[in-house]
Design a protein around this ligand. Structure first.
Ligand code: AGP
Length: 608
């Protein structure tokens, strides 16, 4: 999604803006631009394509100054062209504005402004805003800004410069995150803290309906209806090193190999091993309501939805509470039956996914207790829920989610334990699951040590056009996740199915050109999976199996086997997904794909 960065202080603003935008590249973008003010004159430079193109064009100008804003755009309205890139201006180029979000009533506003003589030069929704401010401006820029905001509907994070008020940056948020950084006589604004963490660790987050005015003398915060607000300054703890690639060729590979640590971080300080239970501070006020839920809705998108599907199996198995897994985009529009004693749990790595946020708001409106499982601290979803659990996976930069997924599943297992131990699960059962969980990080390391074997397998299948992923029980969502990983970074068509479903249609696809990945770990339905493998082989299908160490039978049936350690059934998905992450990664790299920023995708889908 779009990235925003701004600075006001006494340093040269250009390197601060460009470095900040580079930290936001992972969000996905197709054009970029900046605006500065020097001697009360606005200067604007913008380009389509990658930041390097913008940087070159800036270097050919005499732009400078110590106040500025910068933007990376992921096109929603209007093609990814130079003219559609932000910042956008008013008719007289006294106002430069950058925006993250969608102005839903822009067409009406544009029509009315054109009738008043305003000239538009882009196809974007955003361009109406600087013209609206211009329309209202009558000597008081702040008033004009607030009046314009009051006319808008939709989602926005704005940063605005104006030669009418050259020593201030105006920012406002409604639905798209903005974080404010505080330095010594200098201040920052960004859509994501990673853009400014190298300058300051003291930050606060704007809430919906809130604005701020940044000047060299300090920051004023208020609602857009002009009510002053007080902000709590937070300290950012993660270090920049975790954001860099640490020597890996891609963020995605770094994040796959980080999983032993991130899984540990997702349960650190939360396991009461001797009592066979967990302590989740973020849920302490709502534990009883959660355990007494009549029904639990798990709502998410994409990979987070796959984590929800895994949780459905284990929560129903051990907590005996009905669970319904929903795509957020469907839940928000289908008028679901939600009762007051239901609990909704939304799952989101970014905490900014528009569909998930909307589903959350719908659940809150219907009176359910709404909880969140989120990675990004201080994100909108995290702050909209009644309570929640952070997964502590650290910044996930690769668009394809890996470490966040396994940490989501680990937190969901802990939530299952929290509930089950209040119900029928024994202390011994709780202790055994916790004991297994503590060993998962080391077991992941043994899987990662096979990366060369997996890379060799990837080499054999990198030119295939279709893949089928099959699994049963908790491994069915893992099959879906493996298929999603492959298709989103290698652009190979891949489908995940319950293994038993193959005979109801997909088996027609099987031939020697169709690789079939089976998750065939030892469980109560292992023999059924073996039968499915034999059905594929009878039709000359090529089989890649994920199996447990010591499984001799599978090596006689599969063309390739990746062995993983055994563990408790509820934890098996955390292990069985690792080889699928690596398989997708190596195939994508061998196909020359942009692994960290796959085409058409964004890290956080903050628009519908
Ligand atoms: C997963 O690899 C994708 N990047 C995508 O499906 C993602 O999981 C989905 O957009 C949900 O994002 P969230 O977890 O940040 O809400």
């Amino acid at each position: 999604m779009c990235g925003i960065v701004g600075y006001i202080g006494h340093k040269n603003v250009l390197p601060i803006l460009l470095t900040g935008l580079k930290r936001l590249e992972y969000r996905g973008y197709d054009s970029a631009g900046i605006a500065t003010i020097t001697e009360n004159q606005l200067a604007i430079e913008k380009q389509s394509g990658k930041l390097s193109i913008l940087e070159n064009s800036i270097n050919s100008t005499n732009m400078n100054g110590s106040i500025g804003i910068g933007h990376t755009r992921w096109a929603t309205h209007g093609a990814p062209t130079k003219s559609n890139a932000h910042p956008h201006t008013d008719c007289k180029s006294n106002i430069a504005l950058i925006h993250n979000g969608i102005i839903e009533n822009y067409a009406t506003l544009r029509k009315a402004l054109i009738e008043k003589g305003h000239k538009f030069v882009t196809e974007t929704d955003t361009e109406v805003v600087p013209h609206l401010i211009e329309e209202f401006y009558d000597g008081d820029f702040e008033l004009a800004f607030r009046q314009a905001l009051s006319e808008l509907s939709g989602a926005y994070g704005f940063a605005v410069l104006s030669s009418h008020d050259p020593d201030k940056i105006y920012v406002a948020r409604q639905g798209s995150p903005l974080v404010i950084g505080l330095g010594e006589g200098e201040f920052f604004v960004a859509s994501d803290v990673s853009a400014i963490v190298s300058h300051t660790r003291s930050v606060f987050y704007l809430n919906d309906g809130e604005m701020a005015i940044l000047s060299r003398g300090g920051i004023k915060t208020k609602t857009i209806t002009n009510e002053p607000t007080k902000k709590k300054i937070e300290k950012i703890t993660f270090d920049l090193g975790r954001i860099e690639k640490s020597g890996y060729p891609h963020y995605m590979l770094k994040e796959i190999f980080e999983q032993p640590k991130t899984i540990t971080d997702s349960f650190r300080g939360r396991l009461l091993q001797s009592e066979g239970r967990v302590r989740l501070g973020g849920l302490s006020e709502v534990e009883e309501r959660l355990a007494d839920a009549a029904k639990i809705y798990l709502i998410a998108c994409g990979t987070s939805w796959h984590a929800a599907l895994i949780a459905e199996y284990i929560i129903e198995e051990y907590c005996r509470i009905p669970v319904e897994v929903e795509y957020a985009s469907e839940f928000r529009y289908r008028n679901p039956v939600v009762n007051k004693n239901d609990v909704i749990i939304v799952i989101s790595q970014s905490g900014e996914t528009a569909d998930t946020l909307a589903a959350l708001k719908e659940g809150k409106h219907k009176g359910a207790l709404c909880l969140g499982i989120v990675n990004s601290v201080g994100s909108t979803i995290a702050r909209e829920t009644d309570a929640g659990v952070y997964i502590h996976a650290g910044p996930e930069i690769g668009v394809a989610s890996t470490k966040a997924f396994t940490s989501q599943v680990t937190v969901l297992v802990q939530i299952m334990l929290l509930i089950a131990r209040k119900k029928s699960m024994s202390v011994v059962m709780g202790q055994s699951i916790i004991e297994e969980l503590i060993h998962v990080p080391d077991k992941i390391k043994t899987i990662l040590a096979q990366s060369q074997i997996i890379e060799d397998i990837a080499d054999k299948f990198k030119d295939k056009s279709n893949f089928l992923y099959l699994g049963r029980g908790v491994n069915f969502p893992v099959a879906l996740e493996g298929a999603l990983k492959l298709k989103e970074i290698s652009y190979i068509h891949a489908e995940g199915y319950p293994a038993a479903e193959m005979k109801h249609g997909p088996i027609a696809l099987i031939d020697e050109d169709m690789p079939v990945v089976f998750i065939a770990t030892k469980d109560l339905i292992y023999d059924k999976v073996i039968s499915n493998i034999e059905e594929v082989r009878a039709r000359k299908g090529k089989v890649i199996a994920i199996a447990c160490q010591g499984d001799e039978k599978i090596s006689k049936l599969a063309d390739h086997v990746i062995y993983i350690p055994e563990t408790s059934q509820v934890l098996m998905p955390i292990l069985s997904v690792i080889p699928l992450q690596l398989l997708a990664y190596y195939i994508a790299v061998k196909r020359g794909c942009d692994v960290d920023q796959p085409r058409n995708l964004a890290k956080s889908v903050t628009v519908e």
